[in-house]
Ligand binder design. Structure first.
Ligand code: SAM
Length: 292
């Protein structure tokens, strides 16, 4: 473990800050915020609350999505002179659906030191408690706000998947019902999802289950509020087709009615459904392990 107490080295520090609960910040992050020359903030009023809570008085400068490119030039010059600069956003990890990437990239290209100070991010907090597969996931940030474009984006995401993959998306509360409708159209109403709402805050909530029931639950409420992360048990379209109707059941029918071996029945079913035999075989193993 490298627990250095030497003075902070020059360079850019991408510092993760809490996503709700102000206790979710590391001791290292607090030390960095205290010792840097300047903190570049998405919104100085928001960061002020965090700094006040921990008695930190480091000067702040605003750097948000509208001035990041211009501000980066100025901060880069300071970094070249040996400054130590921290970048924070309103919540979570800089650069994840948030400003930070432009400056980090410019500093790397200029051969300057860039350090990540890890901590909270809604994406990982939501994923690990979702109950969905964490082995293989794809983070796609925010979907397009318009209905048609959003559905197309989900269809493209489905096509881009090489196998079952948990999709992690950020979504606004006033769009969640429509997005769930689109997800249901792409992966079917029984597709498993999780919605993580108000993570680390007083009203933290996880809704888990088939997209159909989660949507019904949210639709039944007077209002849907709060920040949320949507996770979907995504599959490529071929795997969707492979699943339709139950592979094990159909194979048993073919074996019984036509006296085929399992291997030949698989070949036949692959032809019937227009999918690869290997895809069907994998789905068969999944069905067997689920006891279907
Ligand atoms: N950089 C941030 C991070 O690392 O999580 C994300 C910033 S992005 C502009 C804001 C979105 O993150 C929100 O609209 C919501 O989808 C998600 N989010 C942030 N805080 C959250 C929380 N406490 N609970 C659920 N979702 C959250």
């Amino acid at each position: 473990m490298n627990e250095s107490r030497s003075p902070l080295a020059p360079g850019l520090y991408l510092v993760a800050t809490p996503i709700g609960n102000l206790e979710d910040i590391t001791m290292r992050a607090l030390r960095v915020l205290r010792e840097v020359d300047r903190i570049a903030c998405e919104d100085t009023r928001q960061t002020r609350k965090l700094l006040d809570r921990y008695g930190i008085s480091t000067p702040m400068i605003s750097s948000h999505e509208h001035n990041e490119a211009e501000r980066s030039r100025q901060l880069l010059e300071e970094l070249r002179q040996g400054a130590r600069i921290a970048v924070v956003t309103d919540a979570g990890t800089p650069g994840i659906s948030d400003p930070g990437m432009i400056l980090a990239r410019a500093a790397i290209e200029a051969g300057l030191a860039v350090h990540a100070i890890p901590g909270a991010s809604a994406l990982l907090a939501a994923l690990v408690a979702s109950g969905l597969d964490t082995e293989r996931f794809f983070f796609a940030g925010f979907l397009p706000p318009r209905k048609g474009e959003r559905k197309t984006a989900l269809e493209e995401l489905a096509r881009s998947l090489a196998g079952p993959t948990t999709l992690v998306l950020y979504e606004a509360p006033h769009r969640i019902l429509e997005t769930l409708e689109d997800a249901s159209a792409v992966w079917g109403p029984e597709c498993r999802i999780a919605v993580a709402r108000e993570l680390t805050k007083m009203h933290e909530e996880f809704l888990r289950g088939p997209v159909r029931t989660v949507r019904e639950e949210l639709q039944g409420r007077d209002t849907v509020r709060g920040e949320m992360v949507l996770m979907i048990e995504g599959r490529p379209p071929a795997a969707e087709a492979a699943c339709a109707g139950g592979v094990r059941e159909r194979l048993a029918e073919l074996e019984k009615a036509e006296g085929l071996t399992e291997k030949d029945a698989l070949k036949r079913l692959a032809r019937e459904r227009g999918v690869a035999k290997s895809e069907l075989w994998r789905e068969l193993q999944r069905e067997k392990s689920r006891g279907r």
